[in-house]
Design a protein around this ligand. Structure first.
Ligand SMILES: N[C@@H](CCC(=O)N[C@@H](CS)C(=O)NCC(=O)O)C(=O)O
Length: 225
């Protein structure tokens, strides 16, 4: 049975898509309009949270993007994208996987929601500004913990994919101009990877084939990204 990934363009489900492409695993990509909860109500039968990603692997369903990346590299490895508990980089690996989502992506969803997605009368500029500052400060300080070109184990791993998605979202939100040199160089390294490029091509091809509109991060009507 193939792995099935439910995905909205440029949303957190890009993390597992990138991982699948880096690993060269076979998968089926099912595109959804954003936000799926409102735009594709049938999806709630598969994932009651209404969020993406959803990975279906036989009887297993997973809805947390960083956990899915961890699952793929450990369940379908061995892969250099994984770091095992025996390796010295294991602690940094787990830290990076969760740092990318909990510390770097969540504050950006507040920026997105209260600056762009909510209808004008519900927007909260103070919240958006505060969490933009929060994100940029955590990004700067968090990347200071990196000792080499990648976050853990001296090589590209799923931790870089988790953090890389947060950088992709920041670019989509127009925050790139405020990146430090370190963040800018890190993002350039990640986004130049053939695996990243293949994931973007797979996303664009699936959007066209399935006739699904791309996520519009500037449009009111979504609730959170
Ligand atoms: N922590 C979860 C968050 C999942 C999530 O909130 N996804 C967003 C898209 S990036 C979503 O589906 N938002 C639509 C909604 O809340 O209706 C993860 O890392 O996958």
């Amino acid at each position: 049975m193939p792995l099935i990934l439910h995905h909205c363009s440029d949303a957190r489900s890009f993390r597992p898509l990138w991982t699948l492409e880096e690993m060269g695993l076979p998968y089926e990509l099912r595109m959804l309009p954003f936000p799926p909860r409102a735009a594709a109500p049938d999806y709630l039968a598969r994932n009651p949270l209404g969020t993406i990603p959803l990975l279906e692997d036989g009887e297993h369903r997973m809805t947390e993007s960083a956990a899915i990346c961890h699952y793929l590299v450990s369940r379908y490895g061995p892969s250099p994208l994984n770091v095992t508990p025996e390796e010295p980089g294991y602690a940094a690996f787990l830290n990076g996987l969760h740092f990318g989502e909990a510390t770097l992506t969540f504050p950006q969803t507040l920026v997105l929601r209260y600056r762009r997605l909510e209808p004008p009368e519900r927007r909260l500029p103070q919240v958006a500004e505060d969490y933009e500052r929060w994100f940029l400060s955590r990004l700067r300080k968090g990347l200071e913990m990196m000792t080499g070109e990648f976050y853990a184990a001296g090589r590209f791993t799923a931790a870089d994919i988790s953090i890389g998605y947060a950088l992709l979202l920041a670019v989509r939100l127009g925050l790139e101009a405020q990146f430090t040199d370190r963040a800018r160089e890190y993002w350039a390294r990640l986004s130049a990877r053939p695996g990243y490029r293949r994931a973007r091509e797979a996303q664009q091809a699936a959007l066209a084939r399935q006739q699904v509109p791309p996520t519009d991060f500037a449009a009111p009507g979504g609730t959170s990204a």
